[in-house]
Every structure is written in structure tokens, then in C-alpha cells.
Design a protein around this ligand. Structure first.
Ligand SMILES: [Zn+2]
Length: 197
């Protein structure tokens, strides 16, 4: 059987999947200062306005101390291990129950069968659980390999270049170059990436 290329697999995931992964990565990287700021990150997903249960400004604490910690741990485990830890899959399996399917149907167009469904997310937790589930899904190992943690700045990144096969080490070529320059100026020393804010 012909092996599917990573591009093909990525193309299969719809726009929502990519946006969800981007949002989860942005949430993991950010310095959480307000509940509004976190909601804004996830409201970039094409969801109805009323999709999220409303939260007050006090939600900032659980976003920062519980949710962000959780998503950082999951992403770090995916990056470090190169393959997804069973524990991550088990935790995500529980969380993903918060994602509802609103409508489902089959489209048979141009000779290709495509299941279609609309997802509903009750809140931030459901969104990032969906994103991590996409990364951790057994049939998308190559998606997980696109996730990295930059050796220079310590931030997580998701490499969307077609043909990206990872594992990669930098969020950008700028950071790759900057660390190269630093290493040249500091022979024998080890650069320590800053911890996330
Ligand atoms: Zn970087």
C-alpha cells in the first residue's frame, strides 16, 4: 500500500484543526495576564460567538495555574519523547469528552467521500484538548513531529511548512542564526533557553 505523505495527512485535517493547534501553542507560550486575553486566543477559531460559556475576570487564575500548566506539560511531553506518552493520551481522552459534535453528515463530491461534522467547544479546556488530541492521535504521528520547542527561546512552535518532517530545533531561522552566533562567541558554553513566562 502506498504510504501517505505528511502533506497529504495534514491536508486532511481541516482548517479548524490547524487553528486549534495554533491557538493551543499560543496559549502555552503566552504570559497569562487576563481571562479576556486567553479567550481571545481561542476565539480566533471559527466558532459561534456564544460558543463559550462566559467566564469572569477571576478565571485568569485557573487559566494560568491549571489550564496553561496542563497544556504546557502535554506539549512538552510530546516534544521530549518524540512519540506521544500513553499518559498524555489517557488524560486527553478524558478531556475530549467536553467536545460535542453539533451536526454530522457525508459529502460525496468529485468522487471523494468526505465525512463532515461541526464541533462545539464549551470553553478553553475543550479547545486545547482537541488540539492536543489531534497531535497525540496514533494515526497522526507526523503531526506530533511538527511540534517543537525552540532551543533558543524555549517557546513551543508548530511547523506548518509542507514537507516538514522534524524533529526541528528552532521556532525560526532567526533564532537558529542567533544561537549560532552566540555559540561562536561563547565556545564551550551551553545556552540555556529561558523558561516560559
Ligand atoms: Zn525561538
Amino acid at each position: 500500500m502506498k504510504r501517505e505523505s505528511p502533506e497529504f495527512r495534514l491536508a486532511q485535517h481541516d482548517r479548524l484543526a490547524k487553528l486549534a493547534i495554533r491557538a493551543a501553542v499560543d496559549f502555552a507560550n503566552c504570559r497569562v495576564e487576563s481571562a479576556e486575553q486567553v479567550l481571545e486566543i481561542f476565539q480566533r477559531l471559527p466558532l459561534p460567538r456564544h460558543a463559550f460559556k462566559t467566564v469572569g475576570p477571576e478565571a485568569v487564575r485557573s487559566f494560568r495555574d491549571s489550564d496553561q500548566r496542563e497544556v504546557r506539560t502535554w506539549l512538552a511531553q510530546i516534544v521530549e519523547r518524540g512519540n506521544v506518552a500513553r499518559q498524555v493520551r489517557e488524560q486527553v481522552a478524558k478531556r475530549i469528552q467536553a467536545v460535542d459534535v453539533l451536526s454530522a453528515g457525508l459529502v460525496f463530491e468529485e468522487g471523494i467521500l468526505r465525512p463532515q461534522f461541526a464541533l462545539s467547544f464549551s470553553g478553553v479546556q475543550a479547545c486545547y484538548a482537541y488540539a492536543v488530541a489531534l497531535l497525540a492521535s496514533r494515526d497522526s504521528d507526523r503531526l506530533a513531529k511538527r511540534l517543537g520547542s525552540c532551543k533558543k527561546c524555549g517557546r513551543f512552535f508548530f511547523d506548518e511548512r509542507s514537507g516538514a518532517g522534524g524533529p526541528r530545533e528552532y521556532c525560526s531561522s532567526a533564532h537558529k542564526n542567533q544561537l549560532g552566533v552566540w555559540r561562536f562567541a561563547n565556545p564551550g558554553k551551553n545556552w540555556k533557553a529561558p523558561t516560559l513566562p
